[in-house]
Write a protein that binds this ligand. Structure first.
Ligand code: IMP
Length: 181
């Protein structure tokens, strides 16, 4: 695949589909060892994690369940002025082993919100598992337990990740082309 324009930005191929697929298989192997006989509940964070969730889950041969949530952030009337909600969580989490599936962990703000929200449900354990991780951008101290691919602090699209709604359908990962002029 060559360069592609999405809205105002240009992107170039970065991680080929096969490399991504191999990385997802490796993570699936890690999870199978860790969660055999624990019937984990995978929670995919929409919209971006739909691709990773589907690719990961089809590789797992252990007993498991999957559900999806959406993180809604809006201005409210509390002291910080910002309210965050986890929408769509209907499962009982008490004493369950929960694995959060993210498309990308950047600053970690989203992971922090999700962690805090899930802890209130008293699961037996919570792990974070992500397709992409930007270690140089990460600002939290929550461990990211399972990472398919670590990437530099560049804006990327493809395989579920978007730029203003576009690019989620693109295979592999594409990276922004920076114009230094
Ligand atoms: P956070 O900074 O870790 O909370 O990431 C917030 C959200 O920003 C992620 O869930 C993505 O939806 C989005 N995001 C962060 N980096 C990228 C990127 O490189 N491409 C597309 N979306 C991104």
């Amino acid at each position: 695949m060559s360069r592609i324009r999405l809205h105002d930005l240009e992107f170039e191929p970065f991680i080929p589909e096969q490399e991504l697929s191999d990385a997802i298989s490796r993570v699936a192997g890690e999870l199978e060892v860790k969660y055999a006989d624990r019937r984990p509940l995978f929670i995919g964070v929409l919209n971006g994690a739909f691709f990773f969730a589907a690719e990961l889950i089809k590789r797992l041969e252990i007993e498991c369940e999957i559900t999806f949530v959406k993180v809604a952030s809006y201005h409210g009337t509390n002291s910080t002025g910002r309210v965050t909600d986890l929408i769509g969580l209907n499962e009982r989490l008490t004493d369950r082993h929960v694995v959060v599936l993210e498309d990308i962990v950047d600053t970690g703000t989203t992971v922090r919100y999700i962690m805090d929200a899930l802890k209130d449900h008293h699961p037996a354990s919570i792990s974070i598992c992500t397709l992409l991780f930007k270690p140089d951008a990460y600002k939290q101290n929550i461990p990211i337990d399972h990472v398919a691919v670590r990437i530099p602090n560049d804006f990327v699209v493809g395989s579920g990740l978007d730029h203003d709604g576009l690019g989620r359908n693109l295979p592999g990962i594409l990276r922004i082309i920076k114009n230094d002029t």
